[in-house]
Design a protein around this ligand. Structure first.
Ligand code: ADP
Ligand code: GN1
Ligand code: MG
Length: 550
């Protein structure tokens, strides 16, 4: 209990505090430090020598105490009584503890409390009836709405707007207030949009593409003609790509190199290769709060992407473009490339992984796929055909794409010609046969990779022939005779390898490829094995075709 000094009204600085609880007593102490000599309370429940009445009596004391504040912890009550005191004609000062730091440009409203060691920074406005509790920081250019409570030790970052009566929890950090962007489904996506500088203008964002690994979004920007698909924003899967900085270094290096090659060829570098966009901080990618990397490309307009060959000409174009791509990167310094996924197309190692998964059978799924397992085990010897030729120097390492699916090439919507090779995450030194083979696996098929009805899935040798034609037209003066001979094996082995990767992931519980239902990976493995089977039967013909066009 504090003594009440008896002075005349003229000499004494007096303060009436509504609320004689713990918080009210903190304000009493603070008021004394600020020079108030007579500090008394109104309270409905608490009794004591310095409690001189109930809150509802507040009007009765206006002559005696012309200065009053409402020191109530409950934000609604604090605001209610602060406004009542103001209406009644009391002077309702802000109470700022001497240890608090308040910028001279900050504005603190009536009846607000800035407690010990709190900081209110430049140009910030704290409206009336606010409690900025001990140790809290409200950074510059923010606005704290009336009756809000900024909890102990919390941080309100610059440019925030805290709504009226809002409680910022103890220790909480509030990031700057942002506009609502349609289609934003997570904080990380929103952070990424802001990191690349689209946050303030973009119209909306939506999921896009059919890849199995990354998460892709289309970013729309407003133009005079309406909203326009302007950027591709991707969350890179860091379970698959352990070194995202290395991935981005490769992509920036290769695309910058390709721009020059394309310019020399008389092409359009903005449409014929990816244009990567750096973050506002100048980084090649943005890392969100969960450590996930995001990157951004310009959307290549007037382009089309196919999941399945719709017109055979497209597959000829695809072969020609991937062949051209190999040639364009012929002099790229391969040693500067990071190996983004070690042993990516080492089919022998892929087979070992299948054996390990089978041995562990962690999901007890082996029982559900005996025929597929038997199919794979029968072909163990095939796995080394290309690996050995690479190791003994028969086949050279080149700068290869390593993921040459049909949906990793964009076609020009007007001319129908192959336009741009995309999805450059796996650019690494590799074998030409693997790039060739991966295209065949995906594109020379009569159904999509996850077709359940195997009767619809066939290897289409006429599509194969078209691809060979397009590919060899672009590369026959570059490839060695051994490389040309290796192409049909590339097709067989890339298809087999992809099949065993799907099967391995199925056995391991679908941890690598995106799946939509529990047997999705098994369904995919089956289509691949169906293709392998048909390629084996037509292998001599496949070799003949390659020799014919070489
Ligand atoms: P994933 O690794 O998941 O396959 P991609 O980089 O291939 O991701 O992108 C997914 C899809 O987004 C592509 O198949 C293509 O349809 C589209 N896409 C990607 N980049 C661009 C781009 N720069 N311009 C136009 N479409 C693109
Ligand atoms: C994956 O990312 P996406 O969907 O283009 C995979 C390829 C597989 C392909 C099978 C990095 O490609 O290797 O062949 O799925 N990419 C990676 O459709 O593993
Ligand atoms: Mg892709």
């Amino acid at each position: 209990m504090f003594p009440i000094w008896i002075h005349t009204k003229e000499e004494v600085k007096r303060l009436l505090i509504l609320g004689a609880g713990g918080f009210g007593h903190m304000i009493q102490e603070t008021a004394r430090l600020l020079g108030y000599e007579e500090v008394v309370f109104l309270d409905d429940a608490v009794k004591g020598a310095d409690v001189i009445g109930k809150c509802c009596d507040y009007k009765a004391f206006l002559n005696e105490y012309d200065t009053a504040v409402a020191a109530l912890g409950d934000s609604g009550m604090r605001l209610y009584w602060t406004e009542k005191l103001m209406e009644a004609g009391y002077q309702v000062p802000a109470i700022i503890h001497p240890s608090a730091v308040v910028s001279p440009s900050a504005v603190i409203g009536n009846g607000s409390f800035i407690m010990q060691s709190a900081i209110v920074n430049t140009n910030t406005v704290v409206e009336h009836g606010v409690l900025v509790n001990s140790g809290a920081v409200v950074d510059h250019d923010s606005r704290v709405g009336c009756g809000a409570h900024i909890g102990l030790g919390s941080v309100v970052k610059a440019n925030c707007v805290i709504p009226s009566r809002k409680k910022v929890e103890e220790g909480e950090v509030i990031f700057s207030t942002r506009r609502k962007i349609d289609g934003v489904t997570s904080r990380n996506l929103e952070d990424a949009l802001y990191a690349f500088g689209f946050g303030l203008q973009c119209s909306y964002v939506k999921p896009f593409g059919e890849g199995h690994i990354n998460e892709t979004y289309a970013v729309y920007m407003p133009t005079e003609e309406g909203d326009e698909f302007a950027y591709i924003l991707q969350r890179v899967n860091n379970n698959v790509f352990k070194d995202p900085a290395g991935v981005m270094e490769n992509i920036f290096g290769v695309t910058e190199y390709l721009r020059n090659v394309i310019r020399e060829e008389g092409g359009d570098p903005d449409r014929e290769t990816l244009s990567c966009i750096k973050t506002k901080n100048g980084c090649t990618y943005f890392e969100d709060n969960e450590g996930q990397p995001w990157r951004c490309y310009n959307y290549i307009s007037n382009s089309v992407c196919y999941q399945l060959v719709e017109d055979p000409e497209q597959f000829y174009q695809s072969g020609n473009s991937f062949g051209h791509f190999l040639k364009q990167l012929g002099n790229y310094p391969a040693s500067s490339l990071k190996e983004t996924i070690p042993d990516f197309h080492n089919t022998v190692k892929r087979f070992e992984n299948l054996e390990k998964a089978l041995k562990r059978d962690i999901k007890n799924r082996a029982i559900t796929c005996r025929p597929e397992i038997a199919f794979a085990l029968d072909r163990k010897q095939d796995c080394k055909v290309l690996v050995e030729q690479q190791e003994n120097g028969t086949l050279p390492l080149r700068v290869t794409h390593n993921d040459t699916k049909l949906n990793n090439i964009l076609f020009d919507a007007e001319t129908g010609k192959g336009l741009c090779i995309i999805d450059l995450d796996t650019i690494m030194p590799g074998l030409a046969a693997n790039d060739f083979g991966d295209s065949i696996r995906f594109g020379a098929a009569t159904a999509e990779e996850d077709e359940r009805d195997l009767d619809k899935m066939h290897f289409d040798i006429s599509l194969y022939e078209l691809y060979v034609k397009g590919y060899l037209e672009a590369t026959k003066d570059v490839l060695t005779p051994e490389e040309v001979e290796s192409l049909p094996w590339g097709a067989r082995l890339m298809t087999f390898e992809c099949g065993i990767r799907f099967l391995t992931d199925y056995l391991e519980g679908d941890t690598y490829f995106k799946t939509a239902y529990p047997e999705h990976n098994l369904v995919r493995a089956r289509t691949q094995f169906r293709l392998v089977d048909e390629m084996e039967q037509q292998f001599a013909k496949m070799q003949e075709i390659v020799r014919e066009y070489a």
